[in-house]
Write a protein that binds this ligand. Sequence first.
Ligand SMILES: [Zn+2]
Length: 219
Amino acid sequence: MVYGSGARITTTIHPLPGFVKFRGVTTDRPPRSGKARREFDQSDALLRLAALPDARDLQARAALLEKAIAAGDPRRFQAEGELILGLLAQTYDIGRPRLRVLGARPRSVWEGGHSELFGDYDFEEKRIRIWMRTAVLGKVTSYRGLLHTLLHEFCHHLDRERFGFLATPHTRGFHARVDDLYHLALATPPEDRRPLVWIRMGNAWRIDWSKLRSPRTRG
Ligand SMILES: [Zn+2]
């Protein structure tokens, strides 16, 4: 689950049994009317990024990020993360957001569940924060999880600085844009990439896991 409040937007994820945690994706509910609703609808419809960073450059920088994570080194993570953010900011002709890398993730527990904070983006400071370690065991989060969080938070910055989506809502378009950058960074072969399949859930959407889970068995 992901939600925004005030001047900061946060990414918390409810673990789904047997599946990659950061894939626990739902959209926000659309605002009822007005400018916020128009921006929401525009964000929802913007399924592709017209411009993408140079693939080799992004992949080379992502490989360095992976090494920094493997070493469990927050300073290196920060430095390599800034290089990725620099490339992305240059691609979209916007300022580079700041980055802070922190330790164990804040965790909220309630009856019947829990969530962990993976990252957030501060509107005023134009600053991304990423928590590098799991809340309970203090283990370093997977490379893919951290890369995904970094790109997710960058897309909030991109929404506000480039597209004028000031509330930077989690729409289907938002998640599709993150997905584009994520698979470009990982150099995912096109045949291994599956479109995000959404199921309606009231007036929001969630991803259909059954469609994503068995990519090679589908026609
Ligand atoms: Zn978010």
